[in-house]
Each structure stands twice: as C-alpha cells, then as structure tokens.
Ligand binder design. Sequence first.
Ligand code: HEC
Ligand code: HEC
Length: 199
Amino acid sequence: MKVVIKTKAILWVAFFTILSSPLLVSAAPPDAAAGKVKAQTCFACHGESGISISSEIPNLAAQPALSITYQLIQFRGQQRKGGAMEALAAALSDQDMRDIAAYYAALPPPPAKSGNADKIAKGQQIAGTQYCNSCHGAQLQGQKHIARLAGQSPEYLITQLKNIRSGARIDMDGTMGSAARGLSDDDIESLAAYAASLN
Ligand code: HEC
Ligand code: HEC
C-alpha cells in the first residue's frame, strides 16, 4: 500500500516536471493569439474576457496557465468531471490546451465582488490559520498549477470545496484534499466570500 502511494507521488512529480519544462513539453511555445481562435467554443460559457456567464461556471481570466492546462488534462482523462468539460476537453490536443491557457492567463483578472462583511472577515481569518495563502498566493491570485481564487464566483468555490472535501473531486496529490477536510460548511462559505472579494 505504502509503495503504491509513493509510486503515485513520484508519477505526479514526474508529470509536473514534464509539464513545467518547456524543452520537454513540445516544439511550439504557447501562443495566446492561436489560443483565442481555439477558445471560440469556450466563450459561450467562460466568456471572451474570461468572465463566465453564470455563477456555477468558473472565471478563467488571469488563472495561472499551468492551472488551466492541468485541469483540462484532468477533464480529458476523466479524473475530474463536471459541466460538459470532459467532452469539450477530449477534443483538445496538449498544444491546444497550452495555447488556450496562455490566452486566458493573460487577460485582466475578474473584478472583486462585494459580500457580507462579517463573512469576508471570518474567511480572511480562516485563510490565515489554514495557510490557504501559502499555496494559493498572498492575495489568493494563484501560482503555477495552483488555481487563482481571487474574484472567482463564490457559488463555484463553495461547490468545489465541498466536492474536494467529500472526495467527489480528486486532487492530484492529496494536499488540497487535506486542506479541505477540516472545513465546516460555514467555513467554506466564509472562505468563498473572502476569496471572491479579492482582485
Ligand atoms: C457548456 C458550458 C461550458 C463550455 C462551452 C466550456 N466550459 Fe469549461 N467549465 C464549465 C463548467 C460548468 C465548469 C465547472 C465544472 C465543475 O463543476 O467542476 C468548467 C470548468 C472549466 C475549467 C476548470 C477551471 C478551474 O478553475 O478549475 C477549465 C480550465 C475550463 N472549464 C476550460 C474550458 C475551455 C478551455 C473550454 C473550451 C474548449 C471550455 N471550458 C468550455 C462549462 C463550460
Ligand atoms: C498545500 C497547498 C494547498 C493549500 C494549503 C491549499 N490549497 Fe487549495 N488547491 C491546491 C491545489 C494543488 C489545487 C488544485 C487541485 C487539483 O485539482 O488537483 C487547489 C485547488 C483549490 C480549489 C479549486 C479551485 C478551482 O478553480 O477549481 C479551491 C476552491 C481551493 N483550492 C481553496 C483552498 C482553500 C480555501 C484553502 C485553505 C483552506 C486551500 N485551498 C489550501 C493547493 C493548496
């Protein structure tokens, strides 16, 4: 059992080394202009500006490119399911994913959202004690393969945190799963309000 877990961890490390190593990834560097053309089918839901059309659909504007790419790979491999994303990602090559990710990553971030001041303050406090910032960044702006939470739809964040907590959404190495496990519904709502209030 231990050996299996270790092997899995090593595979993920190898996976990210390959993803983050431009020389090994492919010949062509990510091309945001080509990405915009390839993202036409995405605009109906995620918007041309990366601001989605509904609160259950995530904003993609200013998401770290590697986070977008990684999530698309997860959808394509059916490790992550939701919306119509598995079918949509199945049609994309690795190069398509990198180009589309480059396009969305370069867009201006979503505007900060107003919310209940008490919830926002409580969320900020929990984010500090739970070290959310240590991975997601000081302003929850995301980094590398870790998603931007700032300015994201609170409804979407609540759904994802509950799914990660229950294991319905499996995260790559279990770190996010353990971060979510101890959170109450109330904690999750506060964290979502706080993240949404940032820009
Ligand atoms: C029919 C609406 C729809 C279309 C079209 C669509 N998406 Fe999505 N997308 C969603 C929904 C809904 C989710 C949330 C899925 C979930 O519940 O986990 C999502 C999630 C994502 C995520 C995960 C974001 C995150 O923060 O984890 C990425 C990346 C993404 N979509 C990229 C794309 C790309 C690229 C395209 C075009 C090829 C696309 N989507 C087309 C509805 C759509
Ligand atoms: C050890 C690093 C780490 C810590 C600490 C951490 N996260 Fe994460 N988080 C991640 C990673 C990595 C992902 C991507 C998971 C995946 O899909 O494989 C993620 C994903 C998420 C998502 C899904 C985002 C999306 O766009 O779908 C949310 C929401 C989230 N984290 C919130 C939080 C909150 C709130 C905290 C603090 C309670 C937190 N995270 C703490 C690493 C971390």
